[in-house]
Design a protein around this ligand. Structure first.
Ligand SMILES: [Zn+2]
Length: 383
């Protein structure tokens, strides 16, 4: 079947093509042009057509905490999160006992392998945020579950995920971390540096070993000092490192968000939500990897220490916030779609409206509200 998304303003996002049609066959974009015909027409008149958002750091939604979730839970989230324009995500796990992480890894793999096309946002893979992190930078995690890097353990996670492990967050100053970074990167797993007190030099060495991403820049990282600029500064300065950023305007001051996006630019900035199970639900008490969190006014905090515990941000709001801060919609879309895809090795497949890319689109109105979300040519929200 040939599906044509008709008459929207197409933002590739590298070009604003104006009013154009997008034809999708067998889930893949085959043509972008004028007056295209098809078996099924999706009306996009008056809307902006952009590549769907991709969230590469996402712990849960609607009461589901991926660290403790079943494959059915993961698929339920995939169905729900499409309303925020998300067409693909990594399921992020927090530090937890070894057997819990093994179980969760295999549940995510099961979700990926059993997902029916057009049933929601794509589950693109697994992200392990830990357990090889620095206890002094625990954030909202339980440091009892932090461990020393172990290639043997890592290999077990990889096997449990049946190769769907796409990203791991590591603190590079830990003993054995360099070997782990090298091994993981060599296997095609994106290595992100985070929950870390690494110095500038330690961070640069980790990049030389294969690390290619910053795990929520500035949050749970050594602070900047002009004589020891630290890990965040090192990663911002490295030209080939992707920079994850939580643009909820709570985790970072708006000025910090602007500065990071300007420094790293849209080709390196990756907007993430770091969203937890409470996202999409009212204020109240929830869990993150088993720890109690309290959400008040949409701000998620650990019940005992009061530390920020992930967010309740959604990708559509992340994009809106960037536009509010003065970035163009095209640049915001790059940071929410094209660049996240590239950061997990899916550039060339996802994140651009052009022939050859998967037919994953978000249709936005003038207020940047998500009107429709399309995955592989199928309307998964708003149809
Ligand atoms: Zn996280």
């Amino acid at each position: 079947m040939r599906v044509v998304v008709k008459g929207g303003r197409v933002l590739t996002p590298f070009l604003d093509l104006g009013e154009m049609d997008v034809a999708i066959e067998s889930g893949v974009i085959v043509e972008v042009g004028e007056n295209l015909s098809g078996d099924k027409i999706i009306d996009a008149a008056g809307l902006t057509v952009a590549p769907g958002f991709i969230d590469t750091h996402f712990h849960g939604y609607g009461g589901v905490d991926f660290t403790l979730a079943s494959s059915e839970d993961v698929l339920r989230v995939a169905g729900q999160v499409a309303k925020h324009g998300v067409t693909g995500f990594l399921a992020s796990l927090v530090a937890a006992p070894h057997d819990v992480l093994l179980k969760a890894s295999s549940e995510v793999a099961k979700a990926i392998e059993s997902q029916k096309p057009g049933s929601g946002s794509r589950v693109l893979g697994l992200h392990l945020e830990g357990p090889y992190l620095n206890p002094n930078m625990r954030g909202a995690m339980d440091p009892r579950f932090f461990r020393q890097p172990s290639i043997e353990e890592f290999t077990e996670y990889y096997s449990a995920s049946r190769g769907h492990l796409k990203q791991i967050t590591v603190a590079p100053e830990l003993p054995g971390a360099t070997e782990l970074v090298r091994r993981a990167a060599g296997m095609g797993v994106t290595v992100s540096l985070g929950h870390t007190e690494a110095t500038y030099d330690q961070a640069v060495k980790a990049v030389l070993a294969g690390a290619s991403k910053a795990n929520h820049i500035f949050n749970q990282m050594r602070h900047f000092h002009h004589r020891e600029p630290g890990v965040a500064f090192a990663l911002l300065e490295q030209p080939n490192v992707f920079i994850e950023m939580i643009s909820d305007l709570i985790h970072l001051h708006p000025s910090t968000v602007r500065l990071v996006a300007r420094l790293a630019g849209p080709s390196r900035t990756v907007l993430i939500t770091d969203a937890v199970a409470a996202t999409g639900l009212p204020d109240g008490e929830y869990t993150l990897g088993g720890l109690k969190i309290v959400v008040k006014g949409g701000v998620s905090r650990l019940a005992d220490t009061g530390a920020l515990a992930g967010s309740t941000l959604t990708m559509d709001r992340a994009v809106k916030n960037m536009v509010r801060l003065g970035f163009s919609l095209a640049d915001a879309v790059r940071m929410a779609s094209t660049t996240p895809a590239a950061s997990i090795g899916l550039g060339g497949k996802l994140g651009v409206v052009a022939p050859g890319y998967l037919g994953d689109l978000v249709l936005l109105d003038d207020e940047l509200r998500v009107v429709k979300t399309i995955v592989g040519g199928v309307e998964v929200y708003g149809g």
